[in-house]
Design a protein around this ligand. Sequence first.
Ligand code: AHR
Length: 631
Amino acid sequence: MNAVTGTIQPTQLKHPISDTMYGVFFEDINFAADGGLYAELIRNRSFEFPDALHGWEPDGDFEVRKGEANDVPFPKNPHYVRLTGTRHRDQWTALDNTGFRGLAFERGKRYNASFYARTANNTARQNIVVSLVDESGTVVAKQNVNVNSPAWKEYKATLTPSASADRGKFRLLYDGHSGSVDVEQISLFPADTFNGHANGLRKDLAQTIADLKPGIFRFPGGCIVEGTTLEQRYNWKDSVGPVGNRPLNGNRWNNTFVDHLTPDYFQSYGLGFYEFFVFCEEIGAEPLPVVNVGLACQYQNDERDLSAQVALDKLEPYIQDALDLIEFANGGTDTAWGKLRAEMGHTAPFNMKYIGIGNEQWGKLYTDRLPLFLEKIRAKYPEIQVVGSSGPSPDGNHFTYLWPKMKEFKVDLVDEHYYKDPNWFLNNVNRYDNYDRSGPKVFAGEYASHDNPTNSLYAALSEAAFMTGLEKNADVVRMTSYAPLLANYRAWQWAHDLIWFNNKQVVRTPSYYVQYLYSNNKGTHTLDIASLANKPQGVYLSAVADKTDNSVIVKAINVGTMPVSVKLKIQDAPANAAVKASGIFGNRRDKNTETAPDTIKLETSGLTLTDGNLDVSLKPGSFTVYRVSLK
Ligand code: AHR
């Protein structure tokens, strides 16, 4: 078969590519936050789960108590446990925590334990022993802590285990026999969190996200923004301020899927809006927070159910939440919410530019509410760009109703969602070619190719092919993000997901490498490939220029089963210019798993142009990025 031929003229820049083009979408689904990115190892640390001892294995004389607001360290989390030593001197009272589907720790690494405590029942100082216990029951790290006050105080200890465990335990043991001690907010973090923050993020997961160099970071969801009920919606104000006083919330994903029930799925809000903003800043992503528009999840509630919607004349607090959020992110320290941000450790504004109003909303319920938010946001913060919804699908009634409405409302970006099979992605590469260039821009905010098996190479290749169309239409598509981002192998509800993990391991999917390759080879301007000839079905090509390092970047996908030769003339390039090739390839059904995490892995190699031509053979089942240096 003849080689695919074409010509790229590097100086004929077409559209600038937005810095926000490739981003990530974080939602607390699949144990993405607690038991995932949030590095806290203790489950139910403040005894607020409906079963107050969920996650704990108590032994001895203990009592769960609920304190009055003025008698507990954290009034919004009023439960604590009283440990009493009334038994024989060789009988102990202890609380073991089993973590999130196991509590993993590594030999020689440091772990920071902390808890609030007070002596109770007029007893004098009390000794507590905190320890790490491995699977065999052996204590592999321990430290004594003296509780020396009848007033609540925070106590800390550092534990360095002498052995590792996958399913270990944290133990808090009352080392006394005649007194009582109250304990609350029992916490354990690895000392080595991402960028070393206390209350920080799990380093390996955070780094895997950072490696994507996301231009945009959308959070905190997703359907959890809406909640199954309005009471359960994600209320960002509950997620800021002192960590111990952030009230526990249920998770909208706990009982959604019959085959993946996780009724023990709660949000501690330890990873809250402040932590999200800091993370965005540290990884160079623009924050895109989403707030509730006055609707509980529309999938889970009938539109006639008035309890799932806020009446229009009662919407003011929700609108105020959006305005206050902007103040929290950007306001001066002389504003109420800007002051809180400063007290939490960030005096400078976060310089937030975008806000999403509503998640995946649809219908008149949405279009009645959105303008009320827009009016107030536009009046007070005209510089903030607002993202509106086009519903849950890339076409159909909701979509065709909402897009004209979004234009009428003059939102800045419209969020589109599509979870489809690989054929849909391959057949929709040209989706944006004829979009209206004068209206709002597109945020492809949630998409993933769903294949069998889950997260196959073929699914990823279909996404890579589709993304050539996103890239080509960079004048209208300004932001994109795969969804969902994270999934815990032991506690997931939704597949496919970009990154899978267990308590010790991170597994990058083929789709992860696709996102990585696009984002790390984003370029600054699109380029046409002229005179394209002999291109068989199943081959997808695109080109961009990168003015930051004077290179041309060609992306090439071959979803077919035969190798394909490609010969592209790069006009005026040095005859044997250096080329870096990076990519993935394999069999269509290949996927990465816990036991075979590198079945599909990133391969890189160096080559040169041949007489100014990129002359290469595309392997079957491959996605390759060729970065041609014009220097
Ligand atoms: O990404 C999973 C879910 O898909 C999101 O929460 C929601 O917006 C969509 O339906």
